[in-house]
Design a protein around this ligand. Structure first.
Ligand SMILES: O=CC(=O)O
Length: 332
């Protein structure tokens, strides 16, 4: 494959096409105005070719895209930019990027890999404890009624000893397992393949895993194999006391069926950081005290934001200086 990357020896600004926008953009901009011209495609409703035209930018001058999952980097975008060589996304997930088109055009994709694994696992366990102990519901009660008014929610449920089925035992799933072992949970998992060095029971069938679990924690990537991996059948197998935690992507669950199962009491509760059509959240969930909702915030700690900033800045720098990329440990 031809090397499209042209090293720029003179000190002109490098053009960075930005989709998203990534949370680290303000810092990257403030610290790198002398290096990059930031072309903010996300701030325009125009198709990309018209946007570039308006900015007087020749599509063939663009070598690098910075993005996040809020905006698609489609096959059309990749085809429009013949010199595109690298896409850096400040996310673990890469489902917003047409990876097949990237490999056809020799475009390298750099993601956050496993940089956020601990944070996402902390959030998964936080959501699980919240759903089981009804912490958010209790908080709402205290704010409205004070501590003395009888709290008439059903009793909470112990985490100790629960059977937890992890869907996707990559780095995030592994960190979830490690944390839940400390609560004496019994861990099982489903993933593409059985992991040779893992002793937790493996289930190739998600319905079967759900039937053996009290809790399902979804940690896998979204792709054509995992879209709606959690069907109504899976939820019915999990059962009336079962809890689902989703820190992966909303579309891992058939969300309409999830709402139905929650409303009909076919499952016991859910902790959701992600939704099928973000930023839209099904309104039916707002009145359910057995559901805890967070706004796709599982990586939003100051520490992880600092880490991803360093990683993105170093990846772009290495690319434009033709140095080797520092590839982070991958999530799976
Ligand atoms: O959802 C967040 C990510 O993919 O980093």
């Amino acid at each position: 494959m031809a090397n499209k990357h042209k090293h720029n020896d003179n000190k002109e600004l490098q053009t960075l096409l930005v989709f998203g926008p990534p949370v680290i953009l303000p810092t990257l901009e403030a610290r790198n105005l002398h290096k990059y011209r930031f072309l903010k495609a996300f701030s325009s409703q125009l198709p990309l070719h018209q946007f570039l035209n308006m900015q007087n930018v020749d599509p063939s001058s663009i070598q690098a895209i910075l993005c996040n999952p809020l905006q698609q980097v489609s096959a059309d975008v990749i085809r429009l930019l013949p010199s595109l060589s690298i896409i850096v996304t400040n996310s673990v997930g890469t489902e917003h990027i047409d990876l097949s088109e990237c490999s056809r055009h020799g475009v390298q994709v750099v993601s956050a890999g496993a940089l956020f694994a601990e944070d996402v696992a902390d959030m998964a366990v936080g959501l699980l404890i919240d759903v089981m102990w009804k912490i958010s519901a209790a908080d709402r009660h205290v704010r409205k009624w004070g501590p003395s008014k009888p709290f008439n929610l059903s009793l909470g449920s112990k985490l100790e000893g629960k059977r937890v089925g992890i869907v996707g035992l990559g780095r995030i799933g592994g960190e979830v397992a490690k944390r839940l072992e400390a609560f004496d949970c019994r861990i099982m998992y489903h993933s593409r393949n059985k992991k040779p060095f893992v002793s937790y029971p493996f289930y190739s069938n998600v319905v079967e895993l759900a039937g053996k679990s009290d809790v399902l924690v979804l940690c896998c990537a979204l792709n054509e194999q995992t879209r709606h991996i959690i069907t109504k059948e899976v939820m019915l197998a999990l059962g009336k006391d079962g809890v689902i935690i989703n820190v992966g992507r909303g579309a891992l669950i058939d969300e309409k069926e999830l709402v139905w199962c929650l409303m009909e009491g076919e499952i016991g509760g859910a902790g959701l950081d992600v939704f099928e059509n973000e930023p839209n959240v099904p309104k039916e969930l707002f009145v359910l005290d057995n559901v805890v909702l967070t706004p796709h915030a599982a990586v939003d700690t100051q520490e992880s934001t600092n880490k991803i900033y360093e990683h993105v800045a170093a990846s772009l720098e290495a690319f434009f200086l033709s140095k080797p990329q520092i590839v982070p440990a991958m999530n799976d």
